[in-house]
Design a protein around this ligand. Structure first.
Ligand code: B16
Ligand code: MG
Length: 214
């Protein structure tokens, strides 16, 4: 029986995935590394360090350089998220979260981002969640199942009672590895391996999710 929903943050509840892209693109331009939107798809849901390694495409870099570049990318990213307001919540998100709460379902944020507290503060949605697990947690990041398993434990739910809502291939992989059902938001080329694929959260209602997940 489904009792809880574990929501990814960037790309699911808000469009910060675009800001991550723009910040990485700016770093890549400064380093003279070609980088485009298509390549950025592989960085979705992936930790900051793994993202940098993908962007560098095998170029050698010292630990010191890597840390400086990650810090620079994060400064670019924070400039973008400081412009966010509660209206930056994606269409349908608040409606679904409220419907879940009214229906007695638990919900959590499960994000790879160390900036989760700042983004939640900008969106002012933290009170809508029963648990928050983010990239500041010292466990393996997505596609490992750790963050989702920790969220389930915080909600006192079994993995089989949880549904993961994700926009990233790595996030769907993590949800499946955790033994949870998965909803993928976005194109099939990215999240086609989810149990249910939807374009976004607009007009998405609990009854339809429960029916379609069986
Ligand atoms: P940060 P999610 C992920 O968040 C993003 O999708 C990914 O692009 C980013 O690299 C990662 O967080 C780490 O973010 O640099 O802010 O710690 O999709 O899991 O909510
Ligand atoms: Mg995401």
């Amino acid at each position: 029986m489904i009792r809880g929903f574990l929501f990814d943050l960037d790309g699911v509840l808000t469009d910060t995935s675009e800001y991550h892209y723009l910040a990485w693109k700016r770093l890549a331009d400064e380093l003279g590394i070609p980088f485009n939107r298509q390549e950025n798809e592989a960085l979705r849901g992936v930790s900051r360090r793994e993202s940098l390694l993908l962007l560098l495409k095998g170029r050698p870099a010292s630990e010191e350089q890597m840390n400086a570049w990650m810090e620079l990318k994060n400064q670019f990213y924070i400039q973008f998220i400081q412009q966010m307001t509660p209206t930056s919540l994606l269409p349908g998100a608040r409606e679904l979260l409220e419907e879940l709460r009214q229906g007695g379902y638990l919900s959590a944020i499960v994000s790879s981002s160390k900036n989760t507290p700042l983004v939640l503060e900008r969106l002012q949605i933290a009170p809508l969640f029963d648990a928050i697990v983010d990239g500041n947690t010292p466990v393996r990041s997505k596609p490992a199942p750790d963050l989702f398993l920790l969220a389930a434990r915080k909600l006192s739910l079994l993995p089989a009672e949880c549904v993961v809502v994700e926009d990233a291939a790595a996030g769907i992989d993590a949800g499946k590895a955790a033994g949870m059902r998965t909803i993928g938001l976005g194109p099939r080329e990215r999240v086609g391996h989810a149990d249910l694929v939807l374009p976004d959260l607009q007009q998405v209602h609990l009854a339809e999710i429960l029916t379609r997940l069986g």
